[in-house]
Design a protein around this ligand. Structure first.
Ligand SMILES: C[S@@+](CC[C@H](N)C(=O)[O-])C[C@H]1O[C@@H](n2cnc3c(N)ncnc32)[C@H](O)[C@@H]1O
Length: 223
């Protein structure tokens, strides 16, 4: 898995669907930070990669010092790169955890979060796991939390169903942004329902083998 996802991150180095998607994610993270009330802003990221979405959003952001974040990522090289960037940027309050983000256990002590990032996940798991993960997001979320997520709109487009699943799980839609000239899209939802307590270790999703991932069925998808 290591080489595959390190290689995938190289897609950020050029003007690609993936890098345009990142720009949208960063914009929505910044909006969520700006809307947050004064005081600490807790953030968790599931399958964070090298964390460039959150770290990019925090760069020179006035709320940067308020952020307390846990970024969970399986790949040690990507965690290493993320930690290097933290040092370079002098960002405090953000920790990487090299580990499995696919169960709620990974977030003990870091939630309820005001901002939950689920980027680059929904294109790599079964539809049922997308639904399952969304149904558990109120357990990671504080009251009024924002969840930012991504999914390609390649056929058959699951995003209308995903948006309905968010509604069913007690979220209101803040934004749904199709990334221009690509199938990528980014959503932002705010928890309207009361948050729920984090259950002890509960499975959220399982990454499919590469050839079975929905994102692999469409060339040029950012996942
Ligand atoms: C498509 S990338 C997305 C990375 C990042 N969120 C982004 O959007 O740039 C998927 C990431 O999920 C990580 N991953 C896969 N299964 C995981 C798991 N069970 N727990 C934590 N990370 C996982 C991979 O190593 C990879 O970095």
């Amino acid at each position: 898995m290591t080489d595959e996802w390190v290689e995938w991150h190289r897609g950020y180095e050029q003007d690609t669907n993936q890098s345009r998607r990142l720009a949208t994610v960063i914009q929505l993270i910044r909006q969520a930070l700006e809307a947050a009330p004064p005081g600490p802003i807790r953030v968790v990221s599931l399958c964070a990669g090298d964390g460039r979405d959150l770290l990019g959003a925090l760069s020179a952001h006035p709320r940067s010092d308020d952020v307390r974040a846990r970024l969970v990522e399986l790949d040690p090289e990507l965690v290493h790169r993320g930690e290097e960037r933290l040092r370079r940027d002098g960002t405090r309050g953000v920790e990487f955890v090299q580990g499995d983000a696919s169960t709620t256990e990974a977030f003990e002590g870091a939630v309820p979060a005001d901002l939950v990032l689920v980027c680059g996940v929904f294109g790599n798991v079964t539809d049922e796991d997308v639904r399952n993960t969304i149904s558990h997001l109120p357990e990671l979320s504080a009251a009024g939390a924002t969840v930012i997520w991504t999914r390609g709109r390649f056929a058959p487009d699951l995003t209308p169903t995903i948006r309905a699943w968010f509604r069913d799980a007690g979220f209101d839609e803040l934004s749904f942004v199709p990334v221009p000239n690509s199938t990528a899209s980014v959503g932002a939802h705010r928890l309207r329902a009361p948050p729920r307590r984090l259950p002890s270790s509960t499975r959220l999703f399982t990454f499919l083998p590469k050839e079975a991932r929905p994102s692999e069925q469409h060339t040029g998808s950012a996942g």
